[in-house]
Design a protein around this ligand. Sequence first.
Ligand code: SF4
Length: 114
Amino acid sequence: MKKVAVIGCGSYMDSGNGCPGEWRCLKAASLGDGNFEEPSQVVAFIRCECPGRATATNMGLAIKLSEIKPDVIYLSSCCAKAKPGCPYSDPEEKAKIIEEKTGIKVVLGTHDYH
Ligand code: SF4
């Protein structure tokens, strides 16, 4: 089973909307739905916080402190695809920064649930 880490948008999480961080990414990972190729183990789930400068560092810290290196890192759908989008950086740019920091592939988006 793949080990995955997820980064959620803290701004969306704070607004609730019946999810952010509560179930959608976790359900998709558990079932292998959406962008997850197979049922996957979520070994870390961190919040991006505006303006997102600490996100790559916090992901690196989660990997270091948990002593578990995920196979893939996901930017949640609310991070990568929500409209209106992130006003601070585009998802591709954020993914590149995280990949450079961790050496781990970053996938844009987790699920297509509404
Ligand atoms: S910087 Fe962007 S992705 Fe990160 S919490 Fe703020 S709005 Fe969300």
